[in-house]
Design a protein. Structure first.
Length: 116
């Protein structure tokens, strides 16, 4: 598990776990729920080009940090073999967060239910 994600009544909080805090160059990301558009599982995203690595780590099978592609910046903290949770954002530095988590389906359901 690369990330711990919690939801409050008004925020989504992502905390990289263990050494991924160093490789992702982040200790915490806080996003107002009003800026979260939704979440899904997208395993295909791990096979696509990530774009230009802005500070971060990219080694075969693991991506952590900021990546810019087609004018958009995304935050990755996920490894090959994970079910990648993609969280779409608006009005934030990142247009999406691509995360590895312990229970992807439960997180996606919780985020989408919180937005209803």
């Amino acid at each position: 598990m690369e990330n711990k994600v919690t939801l409050t009544t008004d925020k989504l909080v992502v905390i990289p776990q263990g050494l991924t805090k160093i490789t992702a160059l982040k200790t915490k990301i806080e996003i107002p729920l009003a800026h979260v558009l939704g979440a899904s599982i997208d395993n295909g995203i791990l096979k696509e080009s990530k774009g230009l690595r802005l500070p971060g780590t990219a080694v075969p099978g693991y991506w952590a940090g900021s990546f810019r592609k087609d004018g958009e910046e995304s935050f990755f903290n996920v490894k090959m073999g994970d079910q990648a949770v993609v969280i779409q954002l608006k009005d934030e530095k990142y247009t999406r967060l691509i995360l590895g988590v312990a229970n992807p389906a439960a997180l996606v359901a919780a985020i989408n239910n919180q937005l209803d």
